[in-house]
Design a protein around this ligand. Sequence first.
Ligand SMILES: NC(=O)c1ccc[n+]([C@@H]2O[C@H](COP(=O)([O-])OP(=O)(O)OC[C@H]3O[C@@H](n4cnc5c(N)ncnc54)[C@H](OP(=O)(O)O)[C@@H]3O)[C@@H](O)[C@H]2O)c1
Length: 339
Amino acid sequence: MTESNLQVLLRRRPKGAPVAEDFEVVETPPPVPQEGEVLVRHRFLSLDPYMRGRMSAAKSYAKPVDLGAVMEGAAVGEVVASRAAGFAPGDTVMNSFGWQRFAAVPAARLLRIDPAEAPLSASLGVLGMPGLTAWVGLEDIGQPKPGETVVVSAASGAVGQVVGQLAKLRGCRVVGIAGGAEKCRFVTEELGFDACVDHRGALDAQLEAVCPEGIDVYWENVGGAVQAAVFPRLRDFARMVMCGVIAQYNVVEGADSFGGPPGPNLGAVVRKRLRIQGFIVSDTGWPRYAAFRREMLGHIGAGRLRWREDVVPGLHRAPEAFIGLLEGRNFGKLVVAID
Ligand SMILES: NC(=O)c1ccc[n+]([C@@H]2O[C@H](COP(=O)([O-])OP(=O)(O)OC[C@H]3O[C@@H](n4cnc5c(N)ncnc54)[C@H](OP(=O)(O)O)[C@@H]3O)[C@@H](O)[C@H]2O)c1
């Protein structure tokens, strides 16, 4: 093979917000697949907030990326050579191949995708880990009932856009929270949420106006000031789905304060009989992937589910795109078109 492999490595661990110098883009020869492996050429790479955690050595639910190693991430692509039974050149596959053009991957780590079902990149978003996150978190924790009010933060993003639409399909009134008028317009007009408020404006007053009776399910993607504004509006027996707190990911490790507003008074958890539960999609999600994908393809086929992607061309631009994700510069599911 004449084409080189392009890879993005973790050069150093960020202090606070990541910067371009924390990454290094290198060209290497493509890997040679061993017995039981296939060589995959990636078409799209997914950029996700969890990757900030993998850049840090702080203890977490998953092991960090080693310094000098390829950044971790899911990708979809095509098999170009196979030394594994059951896979042949031309097959479309997905898994955590990392920020690189080529990867030699054990066959057991591959998920086969039917490219006729949906655009390839959708398997990294609405039909991938973010969509599965929305589906699992609503099923297991949010459990929205018809007529309830569901509030979703980072509503125009990869997870948020699916959460809100699934809650609408379950008969709920859905309110998004997003950054800026354009994202809010997309959330209501394109995705069909009942309302959307801009967290850059006076969030307290806006929430009071659109949720006068309070909130039954809060889908937390953001934390910080957004959480502080939502929490007092939770109704008795509300569920708070703790999916992520992206506003807090760049807090310097070891610091004893997020530098944001003081945390909520957790006495309300008792008084209001709230249920607050965190989850990680990989705990229970992937064994249910087939059922999830079937339901989602049904909604897509019937025109009930829409999504927006933010496609960045060129793997070398992945570091700046990822830095932008943590600043809210993406608009929709962030993916990199590798070439
Ligand atoms: N628990 C799990 O298994 C799991 C799985 C996947 C994702 N997640 C979490 O789900 C959340 C959303 O992930 P995603 O992939 O869907 O990302 P995303 O929403 O597509 O992109 C991130 C969005 O977060 C918002 N944001 C970024 N920095 C912010 C800040 N400082 N303050 C307020 N908002 C900020 C921005 O939207 P606005 O401009 O609208 O503010 C930005 O566009 C993240 O917290 C992620 O870690 C958890």
